[in-house]
Design a protein around this ligand. Structure first.
Ligand SMILES: [Zn+2]
Ligand SMILES: [Zn+2]
Length: 218
């Protein structure tokens, strides 16, 4: 028996008749904690994955779309905020593994190159790791770090308008992107979409045809 990475309670493994259960690694998060993450369901905006009764939500109506689409898994509720605080700001690296099976499910059958959204060097030093690569790494998902980020003021300190009008903050780590048709950007949270849109912009300028995104929270 192991303990839940979030609440430290012992995790009970329930027996199942599914054959796949035999090969599954033991759960690293208890059922109660897992239930705290609310999945996004229902009708979603085609572009940004926000819950919306319209096919294209209000936020996406008049904007330049470099990012072709975004899919998010969970709602950024209070539980998710607490999780991010623990993971990102208190640097609890191990809990990045929590979304492994959910991410594997979302990425099954996808064969684009997966590129994590980088953090600036300063931010990486503060935290000790880049949270997006950390989640992928701990989920055994192959990725390539091809983008780097300039150091700017914290996103959370900016107003929504400032975030939407942001200038390019990304650059290529190496010599551009090469012959790649499709890229899937990976980020932890989709807020206004401006960060992902900027990353998509630089990739499209470099010749990538399709850029979509997968984010944990929305
Ligand atoms: Zn728990
Ligand atoms: Zn939208």
């Amino acid at each position: 028996m192991n303990n839940c990475l979030l609440c430290a309670q012992p995790v009970k493994q329930t027996a199942s008749w599914e054959l796949s259960w035999l090969f599954r690694s033991p759960p690293i998060c208890c059922k109660t904690c897992l239930a705290g993450f609310e999945k996004l369901t229902g009708s979603l905006c085609t572009f940004c994955g926000k819950e919306s009764t319209e096919p294209v939500c209000e936020d996406c109506q008049d904007r330049d779309h470099f990012l072709d689409s975004n899919k998010s898994i969970y709602r950024y509720n209070d539980f998710a905020k607490e999780y991010m605080k623990k993971f990102k700001f208190q640097g609890d690296y191990a809990i990045g593994a929590i979304f492994k099976s959910e991410l594997k499910k979302h990425l099954a059958g996808e064969n684009q190159k997966i590129v994590p959204i980088p953090v600036s060097k300063t931010r990486k030093l503060e935290r000790g790791f880049n949270q997006t690569s950390a989640i992928l790494k701990q989920s055994d998902i192959l990725y390539e770090e091809i983008l780097a980020k300039k150091h700017t003021e914290k996103q959370s300190k900016k107003t929504k308008k400032e975030r939407l009008a942001a200038e390019q903050v990304f650059y290529f780590l190496g010599k551009e992107v090469g012959e790649v048709c499709e890229i899937l950007l990976f980020d932890d949270i989709y807020t206004t979409g401006s960060t992902l849109n900027l990353a998509a912009q630089i990739l499209k300028k470099a010749g990538v045809e399709k850029v979509s995104a997968l984010t944990i929270f929305r």
